[in-house]
Design a protein around this ligand. Structure first.
Ligand SMILES: Cc1cc2nc3c(=O)[nH]c(=O)nc-3n(C[C@H](O)[C@H](O)[C@H](O)COP(=O)(O)OP(=O)(O)OC[C@H]3O[C@@H](n4cnc5c(N)ncnc54)[C@H](O)[C@@H]3O)c2cc1C
Ligand code: FES
Length: 244
């Protein structure tokens, strides 16, 4: 257990798998029985010496069962799946934005591009949900944190914190690019902000998933380029393509 209700699990693939990209996800069968029947999607959080880590919060039956696994247990897993975050351009100043558990894939991105000195804006409900601060600092990133109740960092939502930052720091010669993951309400507000400041970027989207491989059409969202499957054409989409 990482903090109350949040868990980190390290998995060692029994067969060689493709190295996941930040934003890729795995479908995890939390048990061998029929209940729960469907695999659950989790973003890759870290990749260390051919092992990978998932960071998750217990919200229901599947994640509860997962939290009870012991070292040495085997899990049936599919992945890495989906399209991950594309690499930033050389001239970009990267802005990472995470809301709540969106920090799981955003950490993977931060670790991948740490040499580009990304900025990180991280919002949670309250102090007890704030995680990975030391891990980000060890990457050389000092997170700008906000909590809804002001118990850690600034008070209020992280999109407003970013808005104030952008007003004070207009786009430098190296233009900003956003990478974000979090609750839909945060991403929608961030999309408005990005359009106001003319900033491009990418969001990792979440939808309930049944198959995770593009066949059930259960995860379709509307985009400006038609309907797209979050598991196959996503979960990462350019901001301007998403219809809210
Ligand atoms: C591409 C992708 C990547 C994901 N990455 C992560 C991750 O890195 N870490 C992580 O903790 N979770 C992640 N999720 C969400 C995770 O898949 C769900 O939390 C999990 O499937 C819940 O399973 P469960 O059986 O415990 O809950 P269920 O019994 O399926 O649901 C229990 C309750 O939780 C709610 N719930 C289910 N899914 C979500 C969700 N996505 N967000 C909020 N509430 C939900 C349900 O509406 C229900 O009320 C990701 C989802 C997607 C689509
Ligand atoms: S989860 Fe089945 S198509 Fe995406």
């Amino acid at each position: 257990m990482l903090i109350d209700n949040h868990y980190l699990i390290t998995l060692r693939p029994k067969v060689k798998i493709k190295k996941p990209k930040p934003g890729n996800f795995f479908m995890v069968a939390v048990d061998t029985g029929l209940d729960p029947l469907l695999k659950r999607p989790f973003s890759v959080h870290r990749w260390i010496d051919n092992n990978f880590q998932l960071l998750y919060r217990v919200v229901g039956k599947g994640t509860k069962i997962l939290s009870e696994k012991k070292p040495g247990n085997s899990l049936d897993i599919l992945g890495p799946l989906g399209k991950g975050f594309p690499a930033p351009k050389k001239e970009n100043q990267v802005i990472l934005v995470a809301g709540g558990l969106g920090i799981a894939p955003i950490f993977a991105m931060a670790e991948n591009i740490k040499k580009k000195n990304p900025l990180l804006f991280y919002g949670t409900k309250t102090k007890k949900d704030v995680i990975l601060i030391d891990e980000f600092r060890s990457l050389g990133i000092d997170p700008i944190v906000s909590t809804d109740d002001g118990s850690q960092g600034r008070r209020g939502n992280i999109v407003n914190v970013l808005k104030k930052y952008l007003a004070r720091h207009p786009s430098p010669v190296t233009c900003y690019v956003l990478y974000a993951c979090g609750p839909e309400i945060m991403l929608e507000a961030l999309s408005d902000l990005a359009s106001k400041f003319n900033i491009k970027g990418y969001f990792a989207m979440e939808q309930n998933m049944a198959c995770g491989i593009g066949t059930c059409l259960g995860c379709v969202i509307k985009t400006r380029k038609g309907h797209k499957r979050v598991c196959k054409e996503g979960p990462v989409f350019p901001i301007e393509e998403i219809v809210w």
